[in-house]
Design a protein around this ligand. Structure first.
Ligand code: GCV
Length: 699
């Protein structure tokens, strides 16, 4: 009995001690960047004019989440509300999603007005005000006005219907297709809210490597349940469509887009979807790429395929997003050229509700790629940008790599047509396209923190903010994310932003500097595999991309090689044609150069490469140290997980460096420059590492 009492007392003491040791703010990352809450003392006075579900959400968000006392009462209202008429608000240019937040006199009272031409605009205004206050600003003095520059701001989920997410590293799919449409997990609402807070207004629910099942009546009903949940948050649903569905579901003999029976099947299917989801956004299609069916199977063009589907959704106001990510095993030409070769001649042939969705670079979401040459080459076609938020090739969920600089580097690139930039192609400014869009391959799963790690949340956030305004700068976005995620104390915001802004370049340095690309191991794409040469298709092998031999390294894409440079506008092509005028960060993407080529700083290419690998590792070490210093300022749970991930990243940055250098040395026989350590193991050891069960890899 006595023993029992002692045990109880000891446990109680242990429990009390553990409670005391747990910081008040301990949390698991579920709240993302939306951690702000109004307290009893800051509870704002919020009223609403008008009544729609979305206006009610705007009101509730402000009431609950405005973290700083507003000196003025807040009113949310549609700009067209009769009681605002006398204010003559400058809302003309806000379009149907922009917002205006400013102090006004309403009914004789000073008020902070949150308004827009639609209730979605008002909701975005509410989130903008919360963001403003959570970043340390006084809400009462807010004067905010913004309209999205890009019309369609979409997540692409590569989620399979049975749960796994292709290239997903944050658990399984959020969508529980099995229990839908009956059970609507409250998390679906939280997902929509998070997206709305950063302006995302659409989501493609299923993998582009699509199953036809997603177009059957039961799955349409499931998608409709999600659409109902998302609608008040301004989010529409879209589906990836499998091109051969008329055969698989409709029993037709062909999926040839020129066959009237095929067109009729798709039209009936679209009508069926719109009967269930009246505001269905449209279809995303991966055709004739990596084994997917498509119009080329019948000798028809991508234009034929896209236009046939576009005709089916057109009466309902839907669109088709047709991916340009194509390369064929029958085409011996440089893989980087194939999308342009296929799509450029189709410019001007697409229906007006088709967008061609183009990855940011010509290969596949590498840590660094020059911008895709299709941007600027198809002026008559609206091009949708496709970024990858999930870091398939940048260390997946564990490595810290803030993608803001990757996204902005591409958006800011000049296409060589006058003042045109990739951003001005994407936001439609360049050719005044009505349809504009940006898609991000989602990094979201059912992990408690949504993205498999706190810093991965920043990439979701940055994508949303850049889709709203592609001219925002990466450091500014990092700062506002850090302020909302960790609090506004400059002693934490400064180091966090610093870590983030160095992180992507660190990954480039330790995985493949100077424009080297696609050096990852087979299948899972996680660790190094520059030696891989035995895969069936040449362009699946890293040796295809780096072309290293005793004399030199790099892919000659100039006139003496594949001449991919000629796909760029002449001024850009001229720069890329010459190693001296090619940015050194992209050097080996365009040129095959001797190992003793002299870099601008006087080093040989080989020594420069080694120094970049070294720098990649030492940057991660420095990031780790910076994070260690933040321990007293971050809640234990999020601090611990990031600290552990940084330790993994440091170990694996060294693995990447050592494996790569061991391999390059086996090819060039050169010694390492003075001061650079020899790889820890021999090449055979690195080659022997296998990860058959790595996540995200389709089996
Ligand atoms: C969805 C890369 C990925 C594939 C992905 C493909 C695509 O090749 O490794 O998993 O498939 O891109 O974008 O279609």
């Amino acid at each position: 009995m006595k023993a029992m009492r002692t045990l109880v007392r000891t446990s109680a003491i242990a429990l009390a001690a553990s409670l005391l040791a747990t910081p008040a703010l301990a949390e698991d990352g579920y709240d993302l960047w939306l951690r702000a809450r109004a307290s009893a003392s800051t509870q704002p006075v919020v009223s609403r004019l008008g009544d729609t579900p979305t206006l009610r959400l705007a009101e509730a968000e402000l009431r609950r989440d405005l973290p700083v006392a507003a000196t003025l009462p807040i009113v949310v209202a549609l700009a067209g509300d009769a009681s605002l008429a006398s204010l003559r608000l400058p809302v003309g240019e806000l379009g149907d999603e922009g917002y205006l937040v400013r102090p006004v006199t309403l009914g004789g009272r000073q008020t902070l007005l949150v308004t827009g031409n639609t209730d979605r605009g008002v909701l975005y205004g509410a989130f903008a005000l919360i963001r403003h206050a959570s970043s340390g600003n006084q809400p009462g003095a807010a004067n905010l006005r913004s309209a999205p520059k890009v019309k369609l701001r979409l997540l692409n989920h590569w989620d399979n219907l049975d749960g796994p997410v292709e290239r997903g590293y944050a658990g399984e799919s959020l969508w529980d297709w099995w229990t839908l449409p009956d059970y609507r997990d409250p998390r679906y609402t939280d997902y929509a809210r998070a997206n709305a807070s950063i302006g995302i207004n659409g989501t493609v629910l299923n993998n582009v490597n699509a199953k036809a099942d997603s177009l059957t009546a039961p799955y349409i009903a499931k998608a409709a349940a999600l659409a109902d949940t998302f609608r008040p948050w301004g989010i529409r649903v879209y589906l990836s469509a499998r091109f051969s569905a008329p055969i698989e579901l409709g029993g037709l003999k062909t999926a040839d887009p020129r066959d009237p029976a095929v067109a009729a099947w798709w039209k009936a299917k679209a009508d069926e979807i719109y009967r269930t989801i009246p505001d269905f956004g449209g279809f995303l299609v991966k055709a004739n790429s990596e084994g997917q069916p498509g119009p080329r199977d019948y000798g028809a063009s991508h234009g034929d395929g896209a236009n046939m589907l576009a005709a089916a959704v057109k009466p309902h106001g839907g669109i088709v997003m047709w991916r340009a990510f194509v390369y064929a095993d029958t085409d011996p030409d440089d893989r980087a050229k194939q999308a342009y070769t296929e799509f450029k001649p189709l410019d001007g042939t697409f229906a007006d509700n088709v967008m061609v969705q183009v990855k940011n670079g010509a290969i596949d979401f590498q840590p660094r790629e020059p911008f895709h040459p299709l941007f600027g080459a198809m002026p008559k076609t609206p091009l949708m940008m496709e970024f990858q938020i999930t870091k398939e090739y940048l260390g997946q969920a564990t490595h810290l790599a803030y993608l803001g600089p990757l996204f902005t580097e591409v958006l800011e690139a000049k296409t060589g047509r006058g003042k045109e930039t990739v951003a001005s192609v994407v936001d439609g400014e360049s050719e005044r396209h009505r349809l504009t869009g940006m898609a991000g391959v989602a990094n979201i799963g059912n992990d408690r923190d949504w993205t498999g790690g706190t810093f991965n949340q920043a990439n979701w956030y940055a994508f949303g903010r850049l889709a709203w305004d592609p001219l925002l700068d990466a450091a500014g976005i990092a700062r506002e994310w850090a302020q909302q995620t960790f609090g506004t104390d400059p002693r934490i915001v400064g180091p966090v932003v610093d870590m983030m802004m160095r992180s992507r370049e660190a990954v480039v340095d330790y995985t493949g500097p100077f424009g080297l690309a696609h050096l990852m191991a087979t299948g899972h794409h996680y660790g190094p595999g520059p030696w891989v040469s035995e895969l069936q298709r040449p362009e699946w092998n890293p040796v295809y991309y780096h072309r290293a031999d005793k004399q030199g390294i790099g892919f000659d894409r100039t006139r003496t090689g594949s001449n991919a440079v000629a796909q760029y506008a002449p001024t850009v092509a001229k720069l890329y044609a010459n190693p001296r005028t090619t940015p050194e960060a992209e050097l080996l993407w365009f040129h095959h150069l001797p190992w003793n080529y002299r870099l601008k700083n006087g080093e040989t290419l080989w020594d420069g490469m080694v120094h970049h690998y070294d720098r990649g590792v030492s940057t991660v070490t420095a990031m780790r140290r910076e994070w260690d210093g933040l321990r007293p300022m971050v809640d234990a749970e999020r601090w611990e997980k990031t600290a552990t991930f940084l330790a993994i990243q440091e170990r694996e940055a060294r693995w990447w460096r050592d494996a790569s250098l061991a391999y390059w040395q086996s090819v060039n026989g050169l010694p390492l420059p003075a001061g650079s350590a020899a790889p820890e193991h021999d090449l055979a050891w690195y080659k022997a590492q296998q990860f058959p069960l790595a996540p995200g890899n389709p089996h």
